[in-house]
Design a protein around this ligand. Structure first.
Ligand SMILES: Nc1ncnc2c1ncn2[C@@H]1O[C@H](COP(=O)(O)OP(=O)(O)OP(=O)(O)O)[C@@H](O)[C@H]1O
Length: 569
């Protein structure tokens, strides 16, 4: 279709020359001319125009469909990569740029690239056709057409390149502006924005960046407009000279009227097509930055990888999980977060992990789930190094409630079901875990019970309190038939009564399950079989609550401080 659409207008042009020449010929001859050949030519021209309009409508239709297909294809690639890319890319600002940019730009960039490519292809075909048509009759005019367009082409390309370079330079600034924009519009910040009256502050910051970019952009665009106006003036002057020359030749009978029309129109059309081509080239240039980012993103290498011949993960856990001199620092930071951590977790045992903020508790969880691999030492699952097993198999055996658990704006049922979605849990199982976390009463109050959509993003959504959301996350975690249950600050948002109930259920549910419980509330921790105290990335104490109190170390100090604060006695 692109080929036909590029070439058919030329055929129409040539037919109009033939029609005019035929009419002029019969006007010049004294006898009444034969109208039949002209009529055939008119029919042909009408047919060409008809086909052209059909092509135009069909190409619009196909273009829309293709746009969607391309966007979906690119999004699919991005989704595939996003769900497997190492967690470190989300936690590292250097990579966050490329990650965020690709994910943000993906919905519209490919469409622009596609349209530009089509326009470019069509323009090139038209140009080749026009040049051949003109070459057939007059090579000097063809040379003029190309020659005159050269300055415009050079100017456009030069400025496209300049803008492209600048755009690259502005990108980090643009990203900061996008960040300020998100603060101004997103729900997360809406309360503080109003309370601290931060709207004006962030608007100023946003506008400052945009203004700065605007000034720089204006300078370049002004230069481009000046250069383009000059080259456009040159074209106008040449068109004037050409028209005079062509009319003069027609006056002297060296050229037919049809050829005069053909040359003049071909020249004008050639200019138009060339401008389209140059514009598309500029757009392609600009968008190539996106492609660069897109491929960089797709090629991001993973550090956490599956071994070529993974060992079978022993299920159920029989000998336990062993941490042997585990050492860890985050990529792009040399500060050690875990140092020589050695621990034996017996099957069925509940271990509580305590320590001050930044002690490395969550990091240890990330290593257990193989979201990162240790930099030193190893973690063994029934004697098998975690690096030797398929990490999907491993994660299948672990259920976690993270501190920053997900709040899915789906129905209550789906929110819980996500914990074990592929085995299609029954209504009864879902209700059982909801009961275990004490959320079933709140669910009963919701308009559509388990079918109520949670959150405020969608129509008929119902918002929950933070504690209720947390209970839903715990229910999701309980639903998963895992060998290792990890709760990272599971009850931070729960009231004391709810906390006691959830922990009782947790205790009940983990009778035969190995569990790791992280909490700052030491009243919670008393339930555990053993308590591990982490200080500055090292294990400083291990024992039962009574042993550690008797030891009178860090745990005892923390416990007594909390007991005084909360009057726990
Ligand atoms: N993605 C990251 N990149 C670099 N450093 C990190 C990253 N995440 C955490 N850290 C650092 O690692 C240390 C341990 O963090 P971690 O989240 O494991 O602590 P924590 O004991 O769970 O703390 P809290 O009780 O506040 O949850 C902290 O000093 C933190 O600054």
């Amino acid at each position: 279709m692109v080929v036909l659409q590029g070439l058919l207008p030329l055929l129409a042009l040539y037919l109009s020359k033939l029609i005019i020449d035929q009419v002029v010929l019969s006007l010049q001859s004294s006898q009444v001319g034969n109208f039949y050949p002209v009529f055939i030519l008119i029919c042909l021209a009408s047919f060409v125009s008809f086909v052209n309009s059909i092509l135009l409508a069909s190409s619009h239709y196909l273009n829309e469909l293709h746009q969607q297909k391309i966007v979906d294809y690119v999004q699919n690639k991005i989704h595939d990569k996003s769900i497997t890319v190492d967690l470190q890319y989300y936690e590292n600002p250097q990579y966050y740029d490329i990650l965020h940019l690709t994910q943000q730009e993906a919905p519209y960039r490919p469409g622009i690239i596609f349209t530009s490519l089509i326009t470019l292809l069509q323009s090139n075909l038209s140009l080749i056709g026009l040049s051949s048509l003109l070459l057939l009759v007059n090579w000097q005019i063809t040379l003029l057409l190309v020659g005159v367009s050269l300055p415009l082409l050079i100017i456009r390309l030069k400025f496209a390149q300049k803008l492209y370079q600048k755009w690259k330079k502005w990108l980090p600034q643009e990203r900061i502006a996008v960040y300020f924009h998100s603060i101004l519009i997103e729900e997360n910040y809406a309360k503080e924005l109003r309370l601290f009256n931060l709207g004006r502050y962030f608007k100023q910051k946003y506008q400052g960046i945009r203004q700065d970019i605007f000034q720089q952009k204006r300078r370049i665009l002004l230069q481009r407009s000046l250069a383009e106006s000059m080259s456009q003036s040159l074209i106008t002057i040449l068109l004037f000279v050409l028209l005079t020359y062509l009319v003069y030749q027609t006056y002297n009978n060296q050229l037919t009227v049809g050829s005069l029309v053909l040359y003049y129109q071909a020249f004008q059309r050639g200019q138009q097509v060339l401008q389209d081509a140059v514009r598309s080239l500029g757009t392609l240039y600009e968008n190539s930055l996106f492609l660069e980012q897109f491929y960089d993103f797709l090629n991001l290498p993973n550090r956490v990888i599956n071994p070529p011949n993974p060992q079978v993960l022993p299920i159920p856990l029989q000998r336990g999980i062993t941490l042997e001199n585990v050492q860890f620092h985050y990529p792009h930071s040399s500060r050690p977060v875990l140092e020589n951590v050695s621990l034996q977790i017996k099957p069925g045992e509940t271990i509580a992990l305590v320590g001050e903020n930044g002690a490395g508790k969550t990091t240890l969880v990330k290593l257990l789930c193989r979201l990162y691999d240790p930099k030193g030492g190893r973690i063994l699952w029934d004697g098998v190094d975690l690096r030797a097993v398929n990490y999907w198999d491993l994660r299948q055996q672990i259920s976690v409630v993270f501190q920053d658990f997900g709040r899915y704006h789906l129905t209550v049922r789906e929110n819980i079901q996500l914990g074990n979605w592929d085995s299609l849990p029954s209504e009864g199982e879902i209700e059982q875990v909801a009961q275990a976390t004490g959320i079933e009463e709140a669910i009963a109050q919701l308009p559509q019970k388990y079918d109520t959509i949670l959150g405020t993003q969608f129509a008929e959504g119902n918002e929950l309190s933070v504690g209720e959301w947390q209970k839903i996350a715990i229910a999701r975690c309980f639903l998963r038939p895992a060998s290792l249950l990890i709760l990272d600050e599971p009850t931070s948002a729960l009231d004391p009564q709810a906390e006691a109930e959830v922990l009782q259920q947790f205790h009940h549910l983990t009778q035969n399950t190995t569990a790791l419980l992280i909490s700052h509330r030491l009243s919670t921790v008393k339930l555990a079989d053993r308590i591990v105290v982490l200080e500055g990335g090292r294990i400083s104490e291990i024992g039962t609550h009574d042993q550690l109190i008797a030891h009178n170390g860090t745990y005892a100090r923390l416990f007594h401080t909390q007991a005084q604060l909360y009057n726990l006695g």
